[in-house]
Ligand binder design. Structure first.
Ligand code: BGC
Length: 724
């Protein structure tokens, strides 16, 4: 009887607590929960602590705190779902209200299965591949206890000195927007409440990539015009795609730091775009307001950041220490605290955490590195690799070449191939270049390996052995590149050339007279001024992740026809920076450097194939339309060779005369298709004036002007007109 009674009581309480009733709407549940919370409980929801070993040397933390069951979020750096479930159990059962914790982690280009760095993924020009990579990453995260990834990074990056150029989708705003949408869809799926879906986080809002001189964490001078036409569109697209959260940047946006910027965080994001999830600060970026000189102490930093629209404080405890007092002093209204908590709870409800707080524990082999996921990682790696140069069809390697010299510090590497932010990727799972080549070429091809030199330093002792290997071989495959820590966060470089020792190694090998295929693995565009001349062929493989070795071997052998095209321009030298394809028109075109060619080494969009594509005539369905009509543009592309291939067509628009000067051309659409040997594919782009021909002014107002426009594919341009 007593048992029955207590059961009935518990049941009655359940019924009373509307927020626990999964049949009620999310908004009803939130409004039921907030009034039950004390100020302390609310503020704790707005804080993020950490759990597990810190692998980021840039993120300095005080001793790890004992997890409080009321904490809003943890950065979860363990792969063990059971620990997560244990901690979650504390939150559900030991906190007064049983509010689940949201567990976050930086799965930037994969979790255990490491995909190529995002800069490389963009070179696939295939949004579906990017979506699928994020879907795999989400599944591996979810099964490890991670509900939320701090990805995608969509900072349009035009300064290759900046190490974080590796983490985004390159120099173009439209491309970043398209891949942002793909990433959000991949992580979040159809419903955040589903198994294997996790919340995305658009970062670093906004303008971070303009850090002066490419020095990380520095001032970014962002004009209203540039903010709106270059930096905002990817965020706007990501928000429209339903991204649950955003992260505010470290950067100071023209005098108002990103983590204290009411205009970007509240006026635009929340009010104009209607984002109803939450914003988390970057690591310590609330406290950083003191260093940036806009707050005298932690209390003022917390006040400014919170009032600007940052709802969750990543690790620095400024909110937890100061917000209660700020509320008591009347500086921060309780209604604002409630609104912040509302946004955080909304994401937790949407994730289904209240109703299903725990994740499944399945064997590791079913969780990670599944054969289908590895196959996808290999495909993305292969399609992200860019054949920059191929004189006299040096590639693919002819079957007659039976002795290959395999030289360079990258050959045996299993660490740097993963790139920065490798998630939980492990070197032991990486297909090295050597392994890839061995498998690909089999026993009847002799691979003569010599390291040659280290990534850096002055030791030339290995040169002799490398030259000997070259002399013995039919051709040389030279694998040079960057270590992973040379890019990524705080991975800026003043030079974008390879270290002198690597260039010297190439010169030493060149003297042997053997043909050289240069294979580059790096996290940014490189200065190839000297090396370009010495190489017969150059293959850019970026930091290709777990399956990199297999993919590169497939391209070298010809099993895979390369189809990647650059998502970012390679300047000739560091002195040409900034150099990007959609610069504005200068007053006089002769304004270039006296001492160097005016063109970069390779523009965005450059990338060769083992077959030849012939582009037909660019046709338009009309040449004159009203603003509310559309034009269909169409082009046929023929594969003239004997190999199947994949070709990405990039569609550009240019607006020669407008009330605000426009870039020489702007990417508006891209599509990649398979084309059989001797086959033809039709590519179409529907030009929607409101979407594709309008432009933002410095206040973020869009204008569509009548007049002349051009649509362009490769070098072919066709003019059309918009009439009032
Ligand atoms: C980085 C972010 C990252 C965060 C959490 C920061 O230092 O700037 O990109 O998400 O750390 O690890």
């Amino acid at each position: 009887m007593a048992f029955l009674l207590s059961g009935w009581l518990a049941h009655a309480q359940e019924v009373k607590a509307l927020y626990k009733n999964k049949d009620a709407s999310i908004e009803e549940r939130i409004e039921d929960l907030i009034p039950r919370m004390t100020l302390e409980e609310k503020v704790l929801q707005m804080n993020q602590w950490t759990y597990g070993k810190n692998a980021n040397p840039n993120n300095i933390e005080t001793a790890m705190k004992k997890v409080r069951p009321e904490i809003g979020s943890l950065i979860y750096r363990s792969t063990n779902p059971l620990f997560r479930n244990q901690i979650q159990k504390k939150a559900m059962e030991e906190s007064r209200l049983g509010i689940p914790i949201i567990f976050g982690f930086d799965a930037i280009h994969g979790y255990k299965t490491v995909f190529p760095i995002p800069l490389a993924q963009a070179c696939t020009w295939d949004v579906e591949l990017v979506r699928r990579s994020c879907e795999v990453s989400a599944r591996e995260c979810w099964l490890s206890g991670v509900d939320w990834t701090f990805s995608p990074m969509i900072d349009v990056a035009r300064d290759p000195r900046w190490g974080r150029v590796a983490e985004g989708y390159g120099e173009d705003s439209y491309a970043n927007a398209a891949f942002a949408v793909a990433a959000v869809q991949g992580y979040q799926g159809d419903s955040l409440a589903d198994k294997y879906t996790i919340a995305a986080c658009l970062k670093h809002y906004v303008g971070y990539s303009l850090s002066e001189g490419g020095r990380d964490y520095h001032y970014s001078d962002v004009s209203g015009q540039t903010l709106w036409e270059t930096f905002m569109p990817p965020y706007r697209a990501g928000v429209a795609a339903g991204a649950a959260t955003l992260m505010s940047g470290f950067n100071d946006i023209s005098g108002v730091p990103a983590s204290a910027n009411y205009y970007t965080l509240t006026e635009i994001l929340k009010k104009r775009w209607g984002h109803d999830g939450f914003v988390v600060s970057d690591w310590g970026s609330v406290e950083n307001l003191i260093a940036q000189g806009v707050a005298k102490d932690r209390k003022e930093a917390g006040f400014k950041s919170f009032m600007a629209g940052v709802e969750m404080d990543m690790v620095d405890d400024v909110y937890v220490e100061n917000l209660p007092q700020l509320v008591e002093e009347g500086m921060v209204p309780m209604s604002s605290i409630d609104e912040a908590v509302r946004r955080i709870l909304r994401v937790k409800f949407r994730l289904g955490l209240f109703d299903q707080p725990y994740v499944d524990d399945i064997p590791e082999k079913d969780r990670y590195l599944r054969p289908t996921d590895l196959a996808l990682a290999e495909q993305i790696a292969a399609e992200s690799m860019v054949l920059l140069k191929n004189e006299n069809q040096l590639l693919p390697i002819q079957p007659t070449a039976k002795k290959l010299a395999i030289i360079g510090p990258m050959v045996m590497d299993s660490v740097n191939l993963m790139g920065s932010w490798e998630g939980m990727g492990e070197p032991r799972h990486v297909s090295t270049i050597y392994n890839g080549l061995q498998k690909e070429f089999g026993a009847d091809t002799k691979l003569i390996y010599a390291k040659g030199c280290a990534f850096d330093g002055t030791d030339t002792l290995g040169f002799a052995e490398a030259r000997k290997a070259a002399m013995e071989a039919d051709m040389v495959l030279l694998f040079l590149g960057e270590q992973k820590k040379w890019s990524g966060e705080n991975g800026s470089r003043s030079s974008i050339a390879l270290p002198n020792i690597q260039e010297k190694l190439m010169e030493a090998i060149y003297e042997t007279g053997k043909p050289i295929v240069l294979v580059l693995s790096n996290g940014r565009p490189l200065e190839l001024l000297r090396l370009n001349e010495l190489a017969g062929a150059i293959l850019e493989i970026w930091q290709p992740g777990t399956m990199g070795g297999a993919a590169v071997a497939g391209i070298l052998s010809g099993r895979i026809n390369p189809s990647g095209k650059l998502s970012i321009t390679f300047p000739r030298t560091v002195g040409q920076i900034p150099m990007y394809y959609n610069m504005r028109r200068p007053a006089r075109w002769m304004g270039y450097y006296q001492d160097i060619d005016k063109e970069p080494m390779y523009w965005l969009g450059h990338g060769l194939s083992y077959t030849t594509y012939s582009y037909g005539e660019l046709q338009l369905s009309a040449r004159k339309i009203n603003k509310d009509e559309k034009i269909r543009a169409r082009i046929e592309v023929s594969n003239m060779g004997i190999r199947d291939g994949k070709e990405a067509v990039l569609w550009f628009i240019s607006d020669p005369v407008a009330s605000v000067s426009r870039p020489v051309k702007e990417l508006k659409f891209f599509e990649k298709k398979h084309i059989d040997a001797n086959g033809v594919q039709v590519y179409e782009f529907e030009i929607d004036p409101g979407r594709d021909l309008s432009f933002y002014d410095k206040n973020g107002v869009k204008h569509l002007e009548s007049g002349r426009y051009l649509v362009q594919v490769q070098d072919e341009k066709v003019e059309f007109e918009i009439v009032d």
